[in-house]
Design a protein around this ligand. Structure first.
Ligand code: AMP
Ligand code: MN
Ligand code: MN
Ligand code: MN
Length: 283
């Protein structure tokens, strides 16, 4: 039997321009060393790392796709992430929309610090900022790193479990952008839209189906089937959703940094063979 040698695509990753630990150039070098053939940098709500990443990928002869992971508020009070792939960073509507989206982060961070102060974690705003490679993008991961450094928790994951996940003391609800804005910006910037890590949302099956139906109505193209945060059950469920909703399948580690991410760049298994990969639209 002929063995397939599928493309090693990793279409979800983060640099210090959002909440990753590596500089864009370092991230690309690591992906290349791990045998990635096609990489997307998808920083949260930010395009600033793309030029450096692309220049590094070009020098290494590795294919690179411009990406972004947009924070969306959907339904009752859910936060959903939509990955845009193949976007033109010079397109003003996307760039301006993301700048507005980032604008709310500083006030949220100050509020988070005030809440954490009440439960005995002091100096968290200044502490988180020290971990933020991009002060406009201060977020929960930077707070988590500070809280570990300050000795309140063993690792980043337990910080989320105790303080930063929804309904925990340091969680501050926030209004991100709408699903329709996110898809509009991505499409107008020439990209394709992908529902990030659907297995990770704490929503009912019915809500997830209604999210996917709305995403399809808005012209969304893809769904992450393989993600660094998916269990085997999440992969199977996402594959079923890809088939049912006629969505293209994506594969992305969601790598944030060595020692912090469960799955490293380029280290996910291959997509189920019957699914159509999203990179058909990208290369
Ligand atoms: P923010 O956009 O500031 O709310 O931060 C969201 C980021 O926090 C995600 O992109 C993840 O990197 C990180 N995160 C969220 N939940 C967890 C968790 N349970 N464990 C580790 N990191 C998490
Ligand atoms: Mn993140
Ligand atoms: Mn995400
Ligand atoms: Mn991500």
């Amino acid at each position: 039997m002929a063995t397939k040698n599928p493309l090693n695509a990793d279409l979800h990753s983060h640099s210090i321009m959002s909440d990753g630990l590596l500089k864009p150039a370092e991230l690309v070098q690591r992906a290349h060393a791990h045998g990635v053939d096609l990489l997307a940098l998808t920083d949260h709500d930010e395009l600033a790392g793309l030029d450096e990443a692309r220049a590094t990928a070009d020098a290494l002869g590795m294919c690179f796709v411009n990406g972004v992971e947009i924070s969306v508020s959907w339904g009752r009070d859910h936060t959903i992430h939509i990955v845009g792939l193949g976007v033109d960073p010079d397109y003003a509507v996307l760039d301006v929309g993301l700048a507005q989206l980032r604008g709310g982060r500083d006030a949220r961070a100050r509020q988070m610090a005030a809440e954490l102060d009440k439960v005995g974690i002091h100096g968290a705003y200044e502490g988180a900022l020290r971990f933020a490679g991009n002060p406009a993008m201060v977020g929960r991961s930077h707070f988590a790193r500070y809280i570990v450094e300050a000795g309140h928790a063993r690792d980043v994951k337990s910080v989320f479990d105790h303080w930063l996940a929804k309904d925990k003391p340091g969680y501050v609800p926030h209004q991100w952008t709408s699903l329709s804005n996110a898809l509009d910006w991505i499409h107008r910037a020439g990209g394709v839209a992908v529902v990030a890590h659907p297995g990770r949302y704490r929503i009912t099956r019915k809500e997830l189906r209604s999210l996917l139906a709305e995403f399809c109505d808005l012209g969304g193209e893809g769904i992450e089937v393989l993600s660094g945060s998916h269990s085997a059950e999440d992969v199977a469920a996402s594959a079923r959703h890809a088939r049912e909703f006629g969505l293209l399948a994506s594969r992305g580690s969601d790598f944030h940094g060595p020692g912090e991410s469960r799955v490293d760049l380029g280290r996910l298994p291959a997509l189920p063979e019957d699914l159509s990969p999203i990179w058909q639209k990208l290369v």
